[in-house]
Structure formats: C-alpha cells, structure tokens
Unconditional design. Structure first.
Length: 348
C-alpha cells in the first residue's frame, strides 16, 4: 500500500539561519582562526558564506538549519572525509577542523536556537550553468559523477538513511503537494507523471542497487576551469546526500541536461553514456532510468512551488530550476516511456 503523505522534514519546513556578515566573520575568527570578509553564498536550507582572508584564501562557512539532525551533518562530513581518502584526485571540498580540533562547532542564533557550524575549503571555478555547454563537457560530467559514486561504494553511516524530500525514489510521497498547484494544466501534468511513477517505477525499485549518492549533481554544483570548460575543478554541495538507488543519482543528474539542445535527449544521452562507461548501469536500472529522469523534474516542480510560497525572500534561489522542470514535463508528456528509455540510452 502506498503512503499518501509525507511528514515535512523539519529542515525544509524551517527557515535558514540569517546571521549578519559581522557575526559570520567573528565566528570564523573565534572558532577557526580565520580573519576575513564575509560574502553570501546561495543555499536552500542552510546559511552559506564565503570567508576571504587578507591573502586571498577563501573558505566556505556553513551554518546548518537549526532543525538539521546532528547525525546527518556528521554523515556529510564523514562522506567528504571518505571520498578524500578513497579518491584524493576528485575535486571536492575538504572539511577543516576548528581551533579546538572539531569538525563541527555550534552557534546560538539570535532566536535562541542552536545551529551546527562547518568550515570547508573553497573550490575555484565557474559553475557549469554559466558556461557554454558542449558534448565534451557533458561527458566529463558523466564520468566525473561515476568516479564519485565509485568512491562512495561501500561507505556507510547511520545518518545516510535520513528522510529527504529530494529523494527521487520516494516521489509518491509528494502526492499531496499537487493540491497546491493553482494552474489546472500544471496539476494535470503532475498527476499524469505521478501515476506513471507509481505504476512503472515504484514496483521495480527493489531490483536496483542502492548506496550513498550525491543526489544533487547539477549545473550549479559542478565547477569547471574558466579557460577549459570541459575540465571539472569542483563538485560542491553535498547537502542532499543520502543512501538511495544508484540509478536515481544518474537520472537526477541527467535531467539537468535536457535544455541546451534542439533534441531534449541529446545532452542526457551523452551524460548517461559517459557515466555508463565508468560505472555500467545494469538491466533493471536501464529499464527505469528515463522514468526517474522525468520524475526528478516532477519532484523539482512540486517542491519548488511549495517552498517558494513559504519562503518568498528566498524565492529566486528556490525557483531557479522550476521553469525548466515544467518545460521538460511538457515535452515528455506524450512520449511513451519505452521510447524515452531508448532515446536516453541511445549512446550506450
């Protein structure tokens, strides 16, 4: 029997911290010995800031949502440390310790709530979203994600099994979010794809591999060199990591390559083929990867519409993927799922 609703995870139902720049600078200086200027970085649930010291060295100071579980933060830190050991050549942030030798510090917010604090290395590069897309860049992204997932194989942590709305394999639990869609056409489209997910994907998820995955490998979270747009210099934002089906990782990432080409399958097919060359998808995974790619757009549309109403001050960040999600759903509405699968896997 399918679950009909999802209790909202607190971190998505609680506003992100909003410390002033001076408070962030003091926090970096007192806890980490880093004296520098603070500037804001985007974030959905947490407050993120860049701290730049006088010599130009930059760091990422991350203030967790006060409702975030300590086990989840510890999981994210442990995963970054694991990847650094398993694949030291992968360009991921490194976790820095505080002056007291801790990977996690705590800060009391103005309202009296307590948040966890982390300091990470800052990775230089240009977000792929702001570059001219190319075949080689998509393939580099595909192989890069496969190498990341290979590094995460075998890694386990109690915090990895946390509840997360952005888990494409549990999209059915967002069914109640469709009721809040004001546009009848959007609501009809969402219901169509929700029914497809429940009918064609959900029963097959028990047959696929699962492990810890990045779960948010998109065009804002991958950096490239300014003069070498096919050389990845950074993989960032590990805040949506969890233990989930591996094919959901591939589908989630492929979904963001539908724009930028006349054929919406050109980019995703190149990405998936490059991933498959490094970490092959098995037959059950190939059967549903296109379905899950569509489902990611459904998840994006539903969550962003819901959160933008609740947090209008962060609307621009929350809604940045929304138009492309609805566009993709419209493009795929009348395409038989087997045709979508064949087109997505055409380069394998």
């Amino acid at each position: 029997m399918l679950e009909t609703a999802l209790q909202e995870p607190a971190a998505l139902n609680t506003a992100a911290p909003d410390l002033a720049p001076a408070a962030l600078e003091q926090l970096a200086a007192v806890r980490y010995g880093i004296v520098g200027k603070s500037s804001a970085l985007g974030g959905e649930r947490d407050q993120n800031a860049c701290i730049e010291s006088a010599d130009g060295t930059r760091y990422v100071l991350k203030i967790s949502n006060p409702s975030e579980q300590a086990a989840v933060v510890d999981f994210q830190i442990a995963a970054l440390d694991h990847i650094a050991r398993a694949a030291p050549d992968l360009p991921i942030p490194r976790v820095l310790r505080s002056l007291s030798g801790q990977s996690i510090e705590q800060v009391t917010l103005p309202d009296g709530s307590v948040s966890m604090v982390r300091l990470l290395t800052y990775l230089d590069g240009v977000q792929i979203k702001h570059t001219e897309r190319s075949d080689g860049q998509r393939r580099a992204m595909g192989s890069g994600l496969a190498r990341l997932d290979l590094a995460l194989q075998g890694f386990s942590h109690t915090g990895a099994h946390h509840d997360l709305l952005w888990n494409v394999s549990t999209a059915h639990r967002l069914r109640d979010k469709m009721e809040s869609l004001q546009d009848p056409a959007k609501q009809q489209l969402a219901r169509h794809f929700m029914a497809r997910f429940e009918r064609d994907v959900l029963p097959r998820l028990g047959d696929v591999r699962a492990q810890v995955i990045h779960n948010d490998y998109h065009l804002y979270n991958v950096l490239v060199a300014p003069q070498e747009l096919e050389r990845i210099t950074g993989i960032i934002d590990f805040g949506d990591m969890l233990h989930a089906p591996l094919v959901g990782e591939v589908a989630t990432a492929a979904a963001f390559h539908m724009t930028g080409s006349e054929d919406p399958f050109t980019g995703p097919a190149q990405f998936v083929a490059a991933y498959h060359a490094e970490l092959p998808l098995n037959a059950p995974e190939q059967e549903i990867v296109a379905d899950l790619m569509v489902t990611r757009h459904l998840v994006t549309a539903l969550i962003s519409e819901w959160r933008a109403v609740r947090y209008p001050h962060n609307r621009a960040y929350i809604m940045r993927h929304n138009p492309a999600a609805w566009e993709a759903l419209g493009q795929l509405a009348d395409l038989p799922r087997q045709d979508a699968r064949d087109r997505l896997l055409s380069d394998i």
